[in-house]
Design a protein around this ligand. Structure first.
Ligand SMILES: C[S@@+](CC[C@H](N)C(=O)[O-])C[C@H]1O[C@@H](n2cnc3c(N)ncnc32)[C@H](O)[C@@H]1O
Length: 281
């Protein structure tokens, strides 16, 4: 039998290995990274290859398919979990001044925080809603693809050394109390008041492959879609459009926009700077 032509020289072999790896991860673990932006994906895979001391993507694939603990570590690399309390304080200020008055007009509201990471954003929103007297009539659904970060989020313990920065953020976001009222220091951690998250439902949800699960008044998905390629961003915008009630609010991260997406016409800008959009059709 003739050996087929070897096309190694013409093709980007590593790109093929990456495709195979992502397909394998999807089939075995159900995590769908097949549409993540390729350049940053490759950077993260290389970091994991260094961590596992392997030279090729195929060798990494072999480990991942046979050892779930390697998958866990890759998941942490792939889903960069950087976050902060009252991150981008002007966003939370805009939330207070522009969204809170809208929420007041509803007897009950549902907010979806998609890609909530270790929960800092959720605790920030809970504090804000409590201060505005809305905690009792709001439910927050906080989701992430990564169960390990949700575990941390449920605990509500954040590094004590971050509290100075978070206090500044809180003040700049329009907070009026003493920020230290909301936590007690425990060793090197700040344990946030448990009752703050009485109204929060934490759940694993993959924006790439899971379906809509409720109708919301507000969806915030900040600093998540920057890692997705265009088709996946569009898929997620479709999911959000489906999941928002009429006049519902979509909040994106500072580097994200609804502009140039097929859903642009379905929204009007509530605050362009702070990436707040209202569904109008
Ligand atoms: C940079 S953090 C953003 C956290 C927070 N929203 C903020 O702005 O501070 C991105 C989060 O998105 C999550 N994520 C990545 N891909 C996801 C997906 N397909 N579905 C749901 N969450 C995802 C990651 O696990 C990570 O926790």
């Amino acid at each position: 039998m003739a050996v087929p032509v070897d096309r190694r020289a013409e093709l980007d072999l590593e790109a093929i290995e990456v495709e195979l790896l992502l397909e394998g991860i999807f089939r075995l673990y159900g995590f769908d990274f097949r549409q993540y932006a390729p350049a940053s994906l490759r950077r993260r895979l290389r970091r994991r290859m260094d961590g596992e001391k392997v030279e090729t993507v195929s060798a990494l694939q072999d480990l991942i398919l046979h050892d779930p603990s390697v998958m866990e570590r890759l998941l942490l690399d792939l889903s960069i979990n950087v976050t902060a309390m009252f991150r981008d304080p002007t966003f939370f200020l805009a939330f207070r001044t522009k969204i809170v008055p809208l929420l007041r007009t509803y007897p009950f509201s549902r907010i979806w925080v998609a890609g909530c990471s270790t929960g800092e954003e959720v605790y920030s929103l809970s504090i804000l809603l409590a201060e505005e007297g809305l905690a009792e009539r709001t439910r927050i659904y906080a989701t992430d693809i990564n169960e390990a970060v949700l575990e941390q989020a449920r605990l509500g313990v954040f590094p004590l050394e971050k509290m100075r920065e978070y206090t500044q953020n809180y003040i700049r976001s329009g907070g009026t109390r003493a920020f230290s009222e909301y936590y007690v220091a425990r060793y090197d951690g700040a344990q946030f008041t448990r009752t703050l998250v009485d109204n929060v439902v934490w759940a694993q949800h993959n924006l790439a492959s899971d379906a809509a699960f409720n109708e919301f008044n507000v969806i915030t998905c900040r600093n998540v879609m920057i890692y997705f390629d265009k088709p996946l961003q569009e898929h997620v915008h479709r999911l959000f459009h489906e999941s928002l009630g009429m006049f519902g609010i979509l909040a994106l991260g500072q580097k994200e926009t609804i502009k140039f997406s097929p859903h642009e016409a379905a929204y009007e800008e509530l605050d362009g700077e702070e990436r707040l959009y209202r569904k109008v059709r």
